[in-house]
Each structure stands twice: as structure tokens, then as C-alpha cells.
Design a protein around this ligand. Sequence first.
Ligand code: R5P
Length: 290
Amino acid sequence: MKIILGPASKQLGEKIAKVLNTHIVPVVAKIFPDGESYVRLEGDVLNEDAVIVQTTGPPQDTNLVQLALMADAAKRNGARKVTAVTPYLAYARQDKIFLHGEAVSIEAIARMLQVAGVDHLLTVNVHQSKVLDRFPFPARTVSAISLLAEHFKHNGFEKAFALAPDKGAMYIAEEARGVLGGGCGYLEKHRDRYTGQVSAETKTLDVKGKIVIIFDDIISTGGTIIAAAKILKELGAEKVFAACAHPLLIGDAEKRILEAGVEEIVGTDSVPSHAGKVSLAPLIGKELAR
Ligand code: R5P
């Protein structure tokens, strides 16, 4: 096996290679003046299982095209099998048609990657795991939630309440509760499909005087966490933290989340971010070694 260091995840790729004690293939990447991407593998992949580590967070389209080009290059240079490790899988939230005339974006992306040469895909906390069943090649997801919960446990927050910002994320809160040993629950979230505006409500949630950690797969604009934090404060939570697998934190999201009363945001290194305090390398390394 050789690890191809995708430009979007060079540091994570190096850490994974270290965990697996395997060789790396550096990549030269550049953007032409007209905006097109260029990649060149600086190593041999002939007859190898080539693992490309390339997240597809912002800038999603450039990172996806680079991934496709690296897969093409690996296949052309004789790789036996190409696995794409995309810690954050872009376009996964558009996994169905919400409004008439839309694309099912993630299916189009999966077909594009297959044509480019990807044989297998590994990702982390994909928004809905069942979307991977519709990929034209084997694709699987692993969860970083236990790692995040362990981080809080080691920092003295054992028994903290794990909150999912919506019912769909309840499985995430349950996973965190398995490590933290406190309670867990969820809020009712509503998102306006046209404006993106988020609101949240709850009927029964006993968090008065408790330390609450909101666990989610992604923090993007921060709207979800801010709406949840507001309710938690109204319900008398003592302290509120936010944890996520993918800290995209677009624009001033981090500032607005902290201003909403959240003590700290803890994410993984699935995308480059200073909130990425927990590394995915051991988790991904273990999965690749299976
Ligand atoms: C949506 O259902 C996801 O699980 C996240 O809650 C959402 O993508 C977060 O986005 P934002 O930070 O923009 O509210």
C-alpha cells in the first residue's frame, strides 16, 4: 500500500502513513492562471494499492477535481486498486431531491469519481450513510464521534449531556453518551429550504445546571449550533460546548458560535481548521489496515 498525499490533506495523509508505517507518494499540485487544476504524482504506484488522502471541504470543486486527477494518474501509472480517503465528503448533504428541478449531487460526484479511476471510498461521518449504498463502487464511512467524546472525557467532562441538534443526529449523541456516560437527547430543528435559516425547539429536555456538548456531523455556517445553544441557555444549561467531525466553520461562524455562549468548538482534522483538535489518523489508519 502507498499513501498518495492529496494537497488538501497533506498533513493528515502523512500522519496516516506513519500510523500504517507505509510509504508516501508526494504530489505536485498547481492551479493554472485560468483556474484549471494540475497534479503530478512524485512516486511509483505500479501494482500498488494506492490510497489517495484528499478531503473535499472548501474549495470543494477544486479538491474534487484534484482527487479525480490523482485517481486518473494513479491508474495510468499502474496502480492495482485506488482507494479515495475523503475525510469530509462534499455534496453529501444533497443526497435527494428537496425541490423540483434539483440534482442528486452526491450521486453525480460518485459517478465522476468512478470514471476517473476510484475503486473504493472511505469517508468519516458522512451525512447519511445510506447514500453510500447508491455509489457505483464500494464506499464506507467510519465515525469519529467516540474520539471526540474521548477528548472531552479526558478533559474532565465525563457525564456531560450529549445533545443532537436534530432527530437525525440522535445516533451521534447516543454514540457520544456511550463514552461520556451522561444523558442524551435531541432538539427539533427546522431549516427553511429557500433561505437556509435554522430554528430549533424542544418539548422535554432536562439540562438545567448541566454541562452540555452539542454533537453534530458538520458545522458549516454555525446556524444549527447557534440555534441549539440559544435553547440550551434558556433551559438553564451551565456550560455549552460544540463538537463535530467536520469543522467547516464558514466565514465568521466560529465567532458567532462563541458569541452565542458556546465555550469551545472541538472538531477533527477532516478539514484544515484550528478547531481540528482531534486527529482522524488512528481511526482511518485502523480502517485501512483491516
Ligand atoms: C444537517 O442536517 C447537518 O447535520 C448539520 O447540522 C448542518 O449541516 C450544519 O450546518 P450549519 O452549521 O450551516 O447550520
